[in-house]
Write a protein that binds this ligand. Structure first.
Ligand SMILES: NC(=O)c1ccc[n+]([C@@H]2O[C@H](COP(=O)([O-])OP(=O)(O)OC[C@H]3O[C@@H](n4cnc5c(N)ncnc54)[C@H](OP(=O)(O)O)[C@@H]3O)[C@@H](O)[C@H]2O)c1
Length: 297
């Protein structure tokens, strides 16, 4: 298939690389062109603009930072929708609010295209391996059209409803995970005085109901971070955690519901960003809380 990927950041590049290894003809575009170089070396075509890209593909995947990036990439003067969008299927996979996806789908439809949203659970490694969890929203026929591609990127795709439902579901599943980072840091402060080795701490947590599934998957990286080692390549940084929590809180406000734990967790992540940790992996947050507690014992 001829597939375009716009936004070759951490996640977009991993997905484009997966599609290339499966033999698709992949055209990529990224604002910072340097990030497309490894993909070009692996066989991707690099488009000069999103407008140029849309003329070369049947399906366009977008994986962008936030709603502002989506607006620029789709609606800008050289944007996807300024090109030949008629008959094309756009698969929008960024983590944004439902209202952003609904507004975008209306614009895509007005240009004769179709759109499915499919934000994902899982990070860079699962994206490279085709093991994400996709929350698809859209018309049944459009989701069916996107499914063969989504199935190559995801271990599981759930069609959860019309456009906007996927975004609601993605924000919901991310909430306990993001709040966990803060609660885990606080939990570590309570047992810091015991002085257990971080690898043993993680092993204990991940074998009890105090630890979520991802401690089993990323436990060794987190233990390394707690030991003060380099966590390796950043997968999901503190600034993205803040963006997601801000998005959840804005969505909750529009729904008239309160998220008091999320609001407090955001304040803690904001503090970490003020201390210069914004670009670091979110795994560092519990490490700073453990360090703080140890310095007081
Ligand atoms: N990382 C994860 O583990 C993960 C997991 C699930 C979902 N997500 C979601 O996936 C999306 C991408 O995350 P990521 O980790 O891949 O982030 P990233 O590495 O920072 O990539 C962000 C992408 O958005 C582009 N972008 C940002 N602002 C732009 C603008 N104004 N105009 C055009 N392009 C713009 C960036 O272009 P440049 O390269 O030029 O900056 C880059 O291609 C986010 O919505 C995130 O919440 C991430």
């Amino acid at each position: 298939m001829r597939i375009g990927v716009v936004g070759t950041g951490r996640m977009g590049a991993a997905m484009a690389s997966r599609l290339l290894t499966l033999g698709h003809e992949v055209t990529v575009w990224n604002r910072t062109v340097e990030k497309t170089r490894p993909l070009a070396q692996a066989g991707a075509i690099v488009a000069a603009t999103p407008r140029e890209l849309v003329g070369q593909i049947e399906f366009a995947i977008s994986m962008l930072a936030d709603a502002q990036a989506i607006d620029t990439v789709y609606n800008g003067p050289q944007g996807l929708l300024s090109g030949d969008a008629a008959g094309k299927l756009f698969i929008e996979m960024s983590t944004v609010r439902p209202e952003n996806q609904k507004a975008l789908a209306a614009k895509v439809r007005a240009k004769g295209g179709a759109m499915v949203e499919c934000p994902v659970g899982g990070t860079v490694f699962p994206a490279k391996e085709g093991k994400l969890f996709g929350f698809a929203g859209g018309e049944a026929a459009d989701v069916a059209r996107a499914k063969p591609i989504l199935d190559q990127l995801c271990r599981r795709v759930e069609h959860v409803g019309p456009i906007g439902s996927g975004a609601s579901m993605k924000l919901a599943i991310n909430l306990p995970l993001l709040v966990f980072w803060q609660s885990f840091g606080e939990a570590l402060s309570l047992c810091a005085s015991i002085g257990l080795d971080p690898a043993r701490l993680i092993d204990i947590f991940s074998d009890t109901s105090g630890g979520p599934n991802f401690l089993k998957v990323r436990g060794s990286v987190i233990a390394g971070t707690l030991q003060g080692k380099d966590a390796g390549p950043v997968t999901f940084n503190v600034d993205f955690v803040r963006k997601d929590l801000q998005t959840m809180l804005a969505e909750a406000k529009s729904l008239g519901v309160e998220l008091p734990v999320s609001a407090r967790a955001l304040e803690c992540f904001d503090q970490a960003a003020r201390e210069g940790h914004g670009g670091e992996d979110s795994a560092m947050l519990p490490a700073t809380w453990l360090k703080r507690a140890r310095s007081r014992t």
